[in-house]
Design a protein around this ligand. Structure first.
Ligand SMILES: Cc1cc2nc3c(=O)[nH]c(=O)nc-3n(C[C@H](O)[C@H](O)[C@H](O)COP(=O)(O)OP(=O)(O)OC[C@H]3O[C@@H](n4cnc5c(N)ncnc54)[C@H](O)[C@@H]3O)c2cc1C
Length: 401
């Protein structure tokens, strides 16, 4: 094999870490630069798995997906009174952001994972790309992979005309240990991903591994996601102003929501959700908000610099495939670099159009799903087009339950 490049990865979350691992294993000299000063934690709660999300564990660590996720045999839609309006078999797997991050990080060399490195500038010439960080440090590499997420600084530098667009609604989310739920609710929710269509969207709920990766029923965590519309402008602005008065961009973390909003969510859930779902929402201590946004670049490759994951294309959550897309970008980049004999520019030129197509198709599908839930109100329980999937609806499934 030809000489493999020195690679700098900006952003050390699931997309950045997956890229770091697969490129390191290809023989590249890889360093990760993460803005956060401490190891990341408690991001985003649940993740619907796609085979590509756990491909690294399965192929390289011989760690079965079953060890990092909860398998659920059923998908159910409940009516307001708790009765089942639709039920079908599934073989989806659900994990948590924490579980995936912890396991990926454990595979990477700590000395090459640089916390407290907020990238503020990237530039390049024919031979190298250079990064500057807010702490004064600089570095250079043959290839820079930017995996710096929804508010990507690298996107702002490389595609300054691309701005996130508010989709018109937010996701209220939260988690609660199963041990804090009543036996009746646990029985109702324990073996399924459970949906309820509300007057103005939908709520879904599913078990994920407990805080230390526990998979046993009763020791897991239940996570809910409730999509609700807020008018752009004043209403959204106030929702995103946290309890200290700070205006947040795209999410307000757990524990930072203003109390009146938390009380309102609990009242709304108690009054309108099926009893089991209402119990989860009303007992969740720190519900939080993530704004649903659309962002799509027209290019992912710029010479020897590229954007992957949410930094490139942010998809709405309904297809359950944002993390999977970031991992797919990483694996495809590894293949392209291998085929190009380690030449970054040749590799990126071949890689970018394919991954752009994957991202744009997913974005359109997820947008169609979201608009159907929130604005057209045309979701039909059991519609196969509503299934989770990365390359197509329904492909986020595993061969073995
Ligand atoms: C409500 C909701 C539900 C979701 N459900 C699912 C699901 O079920 N399945 C799924 O696959 N996906 C899901 N997603 C999407 C998923 O969370 C994201 O797609 C995924 O986390 C993207 O990973 P990433 O590594 O690209 O970016 P991120 O996870 O956002 O990571 C970016 C990293 O870059 C760092 N960073 C930022 N700026 C800088 C800088 N300037 N310098 C250095 N570091 C920087 C950040 O600190 C962070 O660690 C969901 C999203 C939402 C909002």
């Amino acid at each position: 094999m030809s000489h493999m490049p020195r690679i700098a990865i900006v952003g050390g979350s699931i997309g950045g870490l997956t890229a770091a691992l697969v490129l390191r294993d290809l023989g590249c000299d890889v360093n990760v630069y993460e803005r956060s000063t401490a190891e990341l934690e408690a991001r985003g709660a649940g993740i619907v798995l796609h085979p590509v999300t756990v491909r690294y564990f399965e192929e390289r660590r011989h760690l079965d997906a079953a060890r990092v996720s909860v398998s659920l045999p059923w998908l159910r839609f409940l009516d307001r009174d708790g009765s089942v309006v639709h039920e079908e078999r599934t073989n989806y797997r659900f994990s948590s952001w924490n579980t995936l991050y912890r396991n990926l990080l454990a595979c990477f060399d700590q000395n090459r994972y640089h916390l407290g490195h907020e990238m503020i500038d990237v530039e390049q010439d024919d031979r190298r790309a250079r990064l500057r960080f807010a702490n004064g440090a600089t570095t250079s590499a043959d290839l820079v992979v930017c995996a710096d997420g929804v508010s990507s600084r690298s996107r702002a530098i490389l595609q300054p005309h691309v701005a996130p667009r508010y989709a018109g609604y937010v996701a209220w989310r939260g988690t609660i240990p199963e041990s804090e739920l009543s036996p009746l609710t646990l029985r109702r929710l324990g073996d399924a991903i459970t949906y309820h269509l509300t007057a103005e969207g939908h709520v879904l709920i599913y078990p994920i591994p407990g805080p230390s990766g526990e998979l046993t029923p009763g020791r897991r965590t239940q996570g809910f996601v409730w999509y609700h519309n807020y008018a752009d402008g004043g209403e959204l602005h106030d929702l995103l102003t946290d309890r200290t008065g700070r205006r947040r961009d795209s999410s307000v973390p757990p524990g930072r929501m203003q109390d009146p909003y938390v009380s309102w969510v609990r009242r709304y859930a108690a009054a309108t959700f099926p009893p089991a779902i209402a119990e989860v929402v009303t007992r969740t201590v720190d519900p939080f908000v993530q704004v649903v946004l659309d962002v799509a670049v027209r290019r992912m490759a710029f010479g020897r610099v590229c954007l992957i994951g949410d930094a490139a294309i942010l998809v709405r959550p309904h297809a359950g495939a944002g993390t999977a897309k970031a991992c797919s970008d990483a694996w495809a980049l590894r293949d392209a670099l291998h085929e190009a004999g380690g030449d970054p520019q040749t590799a990126l030129a071949a890689w970018a159009p394919r991954q752009l197509a994957v991202g744009h198709a997913l974005m359109e599908r997820a947008r169609w799903m979201g608009d159907g839930s929130q604005f057209r109100h045309d979701w039909t329980p059991g519609d196969p087009r509503l299934r989770f999937g990365l390359y197509q609806a329904g492909d986020s499934v595993f061969d073995t339950p």
